[in-house]
Ligand binder design. Structure first.
Ligand code: NAP
Length: 292
């Protein structure tokens, strides 16, 4: 199933692969290569990575570069370049070149500034570096990844053709105003953490886990999956929420990715189910801001 990414003539799959987890050096490299190839074979053809995801970029380059025409590549920049201060003009310009090298390609489809704060965006130099690289043909879409006030600024600034933010059952504030605004401006939207990091794994509060806050929101909302399982409910909610172009699920398992793809292919939830989940969030929203 395909959606459109903001601007016309940019079709994207409704489900993409969030390649954070496959960067783990403890994973078997050949198995990661198999997962990446199978993702493309099953139509999961948008891959989202970042330099902070361990071996992720390097593995994508090594295992997939020979199929470069088969996938849309999204990555992030802004930090971690020796000799350049993080969030300087140079860190973005050199970061794009480093990503091109690691990913073994001569163009990137979408490049996000990776969660920099509002003040950094407003300084302008990192945005200038992104646009110059775009003019040089190194990337197609200049994008911002982040949440809340910085995300709102990015959407209205006119500088970005794409955004990435958290969209899931327990992170819905952006659905209220931000994503409709992005859609009206022709901005593509990647929904990250679409399974809310799978809090249903935990019977008790998972103190210290990445999904702890989502687990608490789940308990507070009191929602049940009822007739479907949690991944189906969550993915049909996030991937087909209005204005979402592509939901990127994080997994190290081909079996899970296949299930996730099937769930997304079932299409949107019935409107009354979608609305009841929106109401459950609104009714319990207790300063539930977007989580990076
Ligand atoms: N820009 C940013 O700042 C930022 C921040 C966070 C995330 N991201 C992006 O978003 C992507 C996705 O986010 P995420 O990985 O944090 O969270 P997520 O996609 O909401 O959840 C991932 C979790 O769900 C499990 N899972 C996936 N499919 C499943 C299935 N069918 N059944 C059971 N469990 C399943 C995975 O475990 P298994 O491995 O066992 O399947 C993993 O524990 C990241 O990889 C990254 O690309 C970006």
């Amino acid at each position: 199933m395909q959606h459109t990414y903001g601007i016309q003539d940019f079709p994207v799959p409704a489900l993409g692969l969030g390649a954070g987890r496959i960067g783990d050096p403890a994973l078997d490299d050949a198995q990661v290569g198999t997962l990446l190839g199978q993702a493309l074979d099953m139509g999961v053809t948008l891959i989202d990575t970042a330099p902070s995801y361990g071996l992720s970029e390097e593995r994508i380059g090594r295992h997939l570069a020979h199929r470069r025409a088969d996938y849309i590549l999204s990555t992030k920049v802004g930090y971690g370049i020796p000799g350049h201060e993080d969030w300087s003009y140079g860190s973005v310009a050199a970061g794009i070149d480093a990503a091109l090298r690691r990913l073994r390609t001569d163009y990137l489809d979408i490049v996000h500034l990776h969660s920099c704060p509002l003040e950094t965006l407003q300084r302008g130099n990192v945005i200038r570096a992104l646009h110059e690289a775009r003019a040089q043909g190194k990337l197609r879409v200049a994008a911002y990844s982040g949440e809340n006030a910085a995300l709102q600024w990015a959407i209205t600034s006119g500088h970005f053709g794409g955004i990435e933010c958290s969209v899931n059952l327990f992170d819905q504030r952006c659905l209220e105003h931000d994503l409709p605004m992005a859609q009206a401006r022709g901005i593509g939207v990647i929904a990250k953490r679409p399974l809310a990091n799978f809090p249903w794994r935990f019977a008790k509060r998972p103190i210290g886990d990445y999904c702890e806050e989502y687990w608490l929101r789940w308990q507070a909302m009191g929602i049940k999956a009822n007739d479907v399982d949690w991944p189906e409910l969550a993915l049909r909610f996030a991937a087909h929420a209005p204005a979402v172009s592509c939901a990127i699920v994080g997994t190290t398992s081909t079996e899970h990715l296949l299930q996730d793809k099937l769930h997304v292919d079932y299409g949107p939830l019935p409107p009354e189910r979608f609305e009841s989940l929106r109401r459950a969030f609104r009714n319990h929203d207790d300063n539930w801001i977007g989580l990076i």
